[in-house]
Design a protein around this ligand. Structure first.
Ligand SMILES: C[S@@+](CC[C@H](N)C(=O)[O-])C[C@H]1O[C@@H](n2cnc3c(N)ncnc32)[C@H](O)[C@@H]1O
Length: 246
């Protein structure tokens, strides 16, 4: 399996099909909840780190925030730009690997949503994202980090799921290998079969908390889902950290 799976997979036409439930409605629920927890001035500047097709960025721009989205996928960024154009919104979408991303300004809020973390081979590379978020924030700025909860995932992993409609069949197989969750995605369409992989490193919540603090973040709140339930190590589906740059 390619170690650079994320470069290929997120740039396919199929990614948005597989995750079609991760849509604007889902994003609306995230944004509504997060804004109820964060004290952001109107017109604040926001960086959506790994913005994908821009579902969160667009909503935030509609609310009057100054939004920049950065992502590695040309395909998803073009979707994001189209959505912004359709809505007549001014959002800056930038194509860049997050590890190399640099911009001569800072933000009031940095977002990293929907498990856009843990893709790289080494811890050093993965945690670079936390350092990057910290360096791109104004002092007292917020960082929101939304990742799966390792303990929950280990107990609730669905090894196999499938979805069929008149156009295609999507088969997803999941397993844990060497501390990573590996997903094999097979897409059968018109007699052609395509195979993709996801491979995301599983980090314990304690380590994430330690790392965030070590970098200089204050952890303001920890949630276990977007309904506002507090984070519980063994039962929360998500690890949602609302952090502040001290
Ligand atoms: C699971 S998607 C989430 C997208 C978006 N945050 C959302 O909620 O819809 C992960 C995103 O991370 C992006 N990504 C992966 N590796 C990246 C990297 N090294 N630099 C920047 N973006 C990256 C992918 O292109 C993809 O859009």
């Amino acid at each position: 399996m390619m170690k650079d799976w994320y470069i290929q997979w997120f740039d396919t036409d199929e990614y948005l099909d597989v995750y079609k439930h991760r849509n604007e409605k889902d994003a609306e629920c995230h944004i509504k909840f997060l804004l109820s927890q964060i004290d952001l001035p109107s017109g604040a500047s926001i960086l959506d780190m790994a913005c994908g097709a821009g579902r969160h960025s667009i909503l935030l721009a509609k609310l009057g925030y100054k939004v920049t989205g950065v992502d590695l996928s040309k395909r998803l960024l073009s979707e994001a730009k189209l959505s912004a154009e359709r809505e007549n919104l001014s959002v800056k979408f930038i194509l860049s690997d997050i590890r190399e991303f640099n911009i001569d300004r800072k933000f009031d809020l940095v977002l990293n949503l929907f498990t856009s973390f843990g893709y790289f081979e080494t811890d050093e590379e993965n945690f670079q994202l936390f350092y990057k978020a910290y360096s791109l924030l104004n002092s007292n700025g917020y960082f929101v980090f939304d990742y799966f909860n390792r303990n929950y995932l280990l107990k609730n992993l669905i090894p196999y799921s499938s979805e069929f409609n008149e156009d295609y069949a999507i088969i997803q197989e999941r397993k844990i290998v060497d501390g990573r969750v590996i997903k094999k995605i097979t897409i059968n369409r018109n007699g052609n079969s395509k195979l993709y992989y996801e491979s995301v490193k599983l980090y314990e919540s304690n380590l994430l908390v330690t790392k965030l603090k070590e970098i200089g973040f204050e952890i303001v709140k920890l949630f276990g889902d977007f309904s506002g339930n507090k984070f519980e190590e063994n039962s929360s589906p998500r690890f949602i950290a609302i952090c502040r740059k001290k």
